[in-house]
Design a protein. Structure first.
Length: 126
């Protein structure tokens, strides 16, 4: 991870404003070349986009701050969750949430099934 990405990530996570070169944050959003690429809403949901600029720099910032990986395949950008390694084609014109990536992961589906079983067992014994 580049030093600028690490410093912007640290400021964003702390909710503080910071500008370094072409990247800035107000503690809620992160901008690269005045294009908003990350936004945290009032409920804490984190949304991200490459703002129509599928460049290595944009993807390095997103990856470094959010832990989401990117690669190019057949001239299209694909994103993947670094935990599950599941890959999804990225539409540059839309915003994504990390939850969307996790929702499609098989691991999350298994965890949800396990939680339902635990709830049923808990109801039986309470």
């Amino acid at each position: 991870m580049r030093k600028v990405t690490q410093q912007i990530r640290d400021a964003w996570l702390a909710g503080k404003a910071r500008t370094i070169g072409n990247t800035r944050t107000d503690g809620t959003s992160v901008w690269l070349h005045d294009n908003e690429i990350i936004h945290r809403d009032k409920d804490g949901e984190v949304c991200f986009t490459n703002a129509g600029w599928p460049t290595m720099t944009t993807h390095e910032r997103l990856s470094g701050i959010l832990g989401i990986g990117f690669h190019r395949k057949d001239w299209e950008t694909h994103m993947y969750d670094s935990d599950t390694r599941e890959s999804h084609r990225m539409d540059s014109a839309r915003w994504y949430t990390r939850g969307e990536l996790l929702a499609s992961s098989k691991r999350l589906q298994k965890e949800q099934k396990m939680q339902k079983k635990l709830k049923r067992i808990t109801k039986i014994y309470t």
